[in-house]
Design a protein around this ligand. Structure first.
Ligand SMILES: [Fe+2]
Ligand SMILES: [Fe+2]
Length: 222
């Protein structure tokens, strides 16, 4: 039998929090400050994700949610605009650091592309909500808090005041989508499955070899 969708959505956020806790234990306890080369690589990879994961999947979600759901569509539109701003903030910071902040010049590493595929591929708004807003962005909050600890003061301030500040409301958008649509047992199982896959992908892309990911991105053109 399906669980009440409000309870189910809360349960999924709690599960995502557990995953975030596991990432904290496995990866984010390492507070080695980033070298400038790694900072630039990390900011480029993050700039890519703000656009490809932040803007494009919610755009798809917006098209799939019926026009009658005005409030939900407006909230997701706001999210999409904030994500584009995050992309711009990182692009500007890269230029300040003397690096290339042009998104089209960044050649994503396979970890970036894997994350994008697993966030964009879905054909329903609730699968995207599971992958992006609920599991992705809950874990992202832990990731950004960690980044703030290892970045230079100016980059950390931008991450905290211009980016992290919006993430809580994005997670809430995911909760609202699940409350609205995750009303059958089949959908609820699917949401759990997407959540598990997303966590696995995050571990693969940004897990233990996190610094290796930054080093790979360092070698990329742009
Ligand atoms: Fe963002
Ligand atoms: Fe976000």
């Amino acid at each position: 039998m399906a669980m009440d969708s409000t309870k189910f959505a809360k349960k999924m956020i709690a599960r995502a929090d557990e995953f975030a806790g596991m990432m904290e234990e496995k990866v984010y306890h390492d507070r080695t400050p980033l070298s400038e080369a790694r900072t630039i690589a990390m900011l480029k990879s993050q700039m890519y994700r703000e656009y490809y994961l932040g803007v494009l999947p919610p755009a798809k979600q917006l098209i799939m949610i019926p026009d009658s759901e005005v409030s939900l569509k407006v909230l997701i539109t706001r999210q999409l605009c904030e994500e584009f701003l995050h992309c711009r903030v990182l692009s500007d910071r890269l230029e300040e650091l003397g690096a290339n902040g042009d998104l089209s010049a960044y050649e994503p590493v396979e970890q970036d592309v894997g994350m994008y595929a697993l966030t964009f591929e879905f054909q329903t708004p609730w699968e995207i909500a599971a992958s992006l807003q609920v599991f992705g962005e809950t874990i992202l909050i832990a990731t950004q808090k960690w980044m703030i600890e290892i970045l230079d003061p100016r980059s950390a301030q931008l991450m905290r005041d211009e980016i992290l500040v919006h993430e809580g409301s994005h997670v809430r958008n995911g909760r609202l989508v699940l409350e609205k649509y995750a009303t059958t047992e089949a959908i609820q199982r699917r949401v759990e499955e997407v959540g598990d896959r997303k966590y696995e992908q995050i571990c693969k892309s940004y897990g233990l070899p996190m610094f290796k990911t930054f080093d790979m991105a360092t070698g990329r053109a742009g």
